[in-house]
Design a protein around this ligand. Structure first.
Ligand code: NFS
Length: 621
């Protein structure tokens, strides 16, 4: 596998962890070897108690489960359940944001405001809610109510789908995969994958795509848009990244997880004078709030807050010995964190009723008392500052500046008010195309290697890269999110970036913010009068691991965009189903998956795809 990470700060902390006898995800991954072959191939089924059943991958018996389900049925059902879980995670996050807006409009929350009234009014207009002569609270209440309905859905079709090009919407109708309501599609996955319901892998797959579309154009898009209304629409902003952002002389609070409702309040409260004074009283020179994973992305996009690292660095942050509190909400938080924290002085503080961690301190968070809870959590961190174990402190000095905050609005502003300069550059071949590189880390691939290798290769070939999630944090740490990284880009892309003062890799936010990428792609397709599947564009998830990533990949395909996966999905034991995902989908959706574990080869696939699409549009390659 090579080195465990290509990130020097992480390697140093892995070394320290090994010396101190601390197990990390990499060690636990080793202990899992060899991983279960049936699981890897997707051909074991636990959906009823006649099983568990498994299919022989070499063509011997058994070839069917007790109920008669084939490998294709089993693998498809399993993948659908992954999509449902991923879509549920994004969409439940979206629902929480919508609810927070509703309660804020009703004056029932503490610390929140409607920060972007312009966006609120634009969304109201989009949803047909009267806004003239009405106050922002009144509009927000109606809008949030309307949004809540889109989850259970009484209307029959998601509103945001109208942002997609007409051709794409027609295709969804024709194929019968127009999502009807966020919760409905997820529930239907669970129904269809129950024993003895949908046993046709093609029919299952179509519903899987519909469910994923209800995430991308539904739950995730609500999370993004309503977060912008509440916390502000991101604009280009600079900050620092990697474990070097932790400060020995300050109270370090790492906020880890996903929803900005908590982290934004902690950022706000940490600036209050009395809390700063309390920290000073304990001998600290300040309060250093840092992000991790996607909650980190939410607050760096809006406040330029430092980001300590991505998914595989969560344990390593604790290993520095200076994290006084690791505050978590939901998603991508390893249960092992409390184990690691026990060896240092770090307090792991859980906050969500949905996510409890044995060994953590639980401080229940509610929107009604958000600011007070944030203050309480900060005080716990301050009190813990004096409990550090001096002999265990070591902070790697790696720290890198980033520029983030590229919302759709910010991109248009950077382009001078319209997408035209970008379209012109694409038409002229200065920019060959656009690639979205997103997703997690996974110990199956050297940490950050997939993200960095693919990104570097694409920008070198004049492909503009847009990013979210842990991929974006990887590039932040490598300096690829700075305008100076234009020097690493090909001559065409490099020149465009230099003229505009933007990096060749645009950080568009957290994973729910992939909805921003959909909106951008749809706007470009609309401007060119084509479908999204005609664009010289591609998606990639070089180091994905989460079920959310499966939902994302599926809605990107469903939106007509070719996607390369860098870790192998659990489907290969099902031949026909695999063929459907990697070939057949092309005929139905205009896009399919490719699986390529070597990021250099993945870059080759993307460049080839972009060249073909350029040709299709009559553009020079
Ligand atoms: Ni995305 Fe965020 Fe990271 Fe993967 Fe997890 S943090 S929402 S799922 S690991 S990119």
């Amino acid at each position: 596998m090579g080195e465990k990470s290509v990130d020097q700060a992480s390697l140093k902390m892995l070394n320290k962890a090994a010396q101190e006898g601390i197990e990390t995800a990499w060690d636990r991954y080793e202990k899992q070897q060899p991983q279960c072959g049936f699981g890897l191939l997707g051909i074991c089924c636990r959906n009823c108690n006649m099983g568990p059943c498994r299919i022989d991958p070499f063509g011997d018996e058994p070839q069917e489960g007790v109920c008669g389900a084939t490998a294709d049925t089993i693998a498809a059902r399993n993948l659908l359940r992954m999509i449902a879980a991923g879509a549920a995670a994004h969409s439940d996050h979206g629902r929480d944001i919508v609810t927070t807006l509703y309660e804020t409009a009703a004056g029932e929350t503490q610390g929140y405001q409607i920060k972007d009234e312009g966006k609120l009014r634009a969304l109201a207009a989009e949803f047909g809610i009267p806004e003239e002569g009405r106050g922002k609270e009144e509009i927000a209440r109606d809008l949030a109510r309307e949004a809540m309905e889109e989850f259970g859905m009484v209307k029959g079709k998601l509103q945001f789908l109208n942002r997609a090009p007409e051709k794409r919407r027609q295709l969804w109708e024709k194929v019968g995969i127009t999502p009807r309501g966020v919760d409905r599609e997820i529930v239907e996955v669970m129904h269809r994958t129950h024993i003895g319901v949908d046993n046709d892998y093609v029919n299952l797959t179509l519903h899987g795509v519909r469910t994923a579309l209800s995430d991308g154009w539904g739950g995730s898009m609500f999370a993004t848009e309503f977060s912008d209304v509440l916390f502000g629409t991101p604009q280009p902003i600079k900050g620092q990244s990697n474990l070097g952002v932790l400060k020995e002389d300050q109270v370090n609070i790492v906020v880890h997880g996903h929803e900005p409702v908590l982290s934004d309040m902690i950022v706000q409260a940490a600036r209050e004078d009395d809390l700063l004074a309390a920290a000073q009283e304990k001998g600290a020179n300040g309060i250093n709030v840092c992000g991790m994973c996607c909650t980190g992305n939410e607050i760096l996009m809006r406040h330029g807050v430092p980001v300590a690292g991505n998914f595989l660095q969560q344990e390593l942050a604790v290993v520095t010995g200076v994290v006084d509190a690791m505050v978590v909400d939901v998603q991508c938080i390893m249960p092992a964190l409390t184990q690691v924290a026990r060896c240092y002085h770090t307090k792991v503080i859980s906050t969500s009723p949905k996510a409890r961690f044995p060994g953590a301190d639980h401080v229940p968070f509610s929107e009604q008392t958000a600011l007070d809870t944030a203050r309480k959590i900060i005080m716990m961190a301050i009190d813990n500052f004096s409990h550090r174990k001096e002999e265990l402190i070591q902070i790697p000095d790696e720290e890198m500046e980033y520029m983030a905050g590229f919302s759709v609005e910010a991109i248009i502003k950077a382009l001078g008010g319209s997408l035209d300069p970008l379209l012109d550059a694409i038409k002229a071949g200065q920019i060959k195309g656009i690639a979205a590189i997103v997703g997690c880390n996974n110990p199956k691939i050297s940490h950050d290697y997939g993200h960095l290798t693919l990104t570097r290769e694409l920008i070198k070939n004049d492909v503009l890269v847009v990013q979210t999630g842990c991929a974006a944090i990887a590039c932040a740490k490598a300096g690829l999110l700075l305008p100076e990284a234009a020097d690493e880009a090909g001559p065409g892309l490099g020149a465009v970036c230099k003229a505009l003062g933007i990096p060749p890799v645009l950080h568009m936010g957290s994973c729910v913010d992939i909805s921003r990428i959909l909106v951008t792609a749809a706007a470009i397709a609309n401007a060119l009068g084509v479908d999204m599947s005609d664009l010289p564009a591609a998606g990639a998830a070089p180091e994905w691991m989460s079920e959310k990533a499966v939902s994302i990949g599926s809605y990107v395909i469903g939106s007509g965009i070719f996607t390369v996966l860098g870790t192998v999905p659990p489907v290969l034991g099902a031949k026909k189903f695999t063929e459907l995902l990697t070939q057949g989908a092309q005929d139905v959706l205009g896009a399919a998956f490719a699986v390529e574990t070597d990021p250099m080869k993945a870059a080759g696939l993307i460049l080839e795809h972009i060249a073909a699409k350029r040709k299709g549009l009559g553009l020079e390659s």
